[in-house]
Design a protein around this ligand. Sequence first.
Ligand code: NDP
Length: 488
Amino acid sequence: MRMFPRFTKFFCSLILVSLSSCIGGYPDSFNLNNALGKENLVYNLIIGSGPAGLNAAIYCARSGFRPLIVTGESLGGNLIMTTEIENVPGIDMITGPELADRIIKQAEKFGSEFLYDSVQKIDFSSWPYRVTTENGEMLHAMTVVVATGKSPRKLGVPGEDEYYGRGVSHCAICDGRFYKGKDVIVVGGGDSAVEEAIQLLNFGVRKVTVLVRKNKMRAIRCLQDRLKSEDDIDVVYNTSIKEIIGDGEDITKVKVVDNVSGKEYFIPASAIFLAIGSDPNTWFLKGQVDMNERNELIMKGRTQQTSVKALYAAGSIEQGAIDQIIIAEGKGRQAGIEAVKFLTEELGLDRKMMEKLKGNMFRAKDKKATPVKLGEIKTVAQFNKDVLQSKIPVLIDFYTEECLACKKLMPAVSEIAGEHAANLKVFKMDAGDTKFADILRTHKVVKVPRILLFKGGKVVEDSQIILKNRSDKNLSRKDISDMVERQK
Ligand code: NDP
């Protein structure tokens, strides 16, 4: 329901602003004149493109500012990894990617811009804040909303990095199908662990052993009951993994310890699925913004304001956040409202000033590559001809239908295909298609998304190698771009 045109509300607040600026007086550093002459200005910089970030952007965009969303690795955030959602008011059931798509389109419709990049550093020593991105953009942000969400935790045991993507996984729905008929382990005692275990049975694994480090699970009762009703799932309590062991190619077993008796023993397994919670992506703010011991940001009172002025936060990175989409959306919306109020009511930003700043605003659209529709390898013969015999390098994006992480990566691959259209062929290939079994075996594709770059019929770049010794196991647009650049 739209009760007022967008600008009516905006100018009502401007009248208030003008009054308050007569009475108030602002610290020099938060003076709009500081923004004059600064390049790459952004009124509302939103970091993260999950439900919290997108909702912050929707409010800012509807208020007449063009918020810039720095998407991070995954446009849509963790929503893209969510299967069925049944608790969004007014919607019976929707998948995460569908919901993300709808909110992204809505944010875009009102004038939000997207930068497919990640923030590396923010310098708060002067205002507007200087923001540096992974791809080297330097932005001046007048307000910042951090909505970077959380990333899956690691165990930190020997063998975990070595076998990541070759048996160690964070995503049953992405990689479960590669372990049909095999024995696998799920680590964790929360809701995710239960969901992963059930998902793996759906993929036809032979047996799932769920390792819980304490004497009880954290998962809600009904999910625990579901687990107990499955004959092919064993839950082993008081047990932690000490080492992941393999033959150099594949995982063969894990060394575990009974946390009560201290006894160590081995469990044979072909894959380990980690569901041990997640940590906030707030490392780039460390030492500059108040956080608790879990690196969650501390809000001021009932606001989305952090300990740094004009820096707001929303979503699962907040101290005490409840992990629910609708709550993240609401908090994001509130952060957007506070950011807009700061500009209009506290600083007195008005149309005249916006006109003066116009030429210095950052425009992401100018920099966006045009994505191309990816061709698909449909037969082994086509793979032999179009990939192995190609005269120019060929990038293959292995995916499966169920893999949401693959869906989330594919737009970036399409963009890279667009950027390098003249000297690179890019195809997607369904790793769930049994006719490709030999090709998958040859190239050890047991995890998707997986990117291979072929040159002269040989693999010259492999996403698996890039991720091997990295703590962050998500493949980013930059990783793929770098693979291509190195082979130019
Ligand atoms: P949780 O933080 O809830 O659970 C993490 C689990 O992993 C805990 O059992 C924890 O053990 C265990 N763990 C943590 N570190 C280690 C380690 N190093 N070694 C072994 N075990 C470890 O994470 P989830 O991802 O399961 O859930 C996150 C949130 O998302 C929750 O609020 C959950 O309710 C929600 N969610 C809801 C779903 C649904 O509604 N269907 C589905 C999935 C998630 P310990 O208990 O000993 O700390």
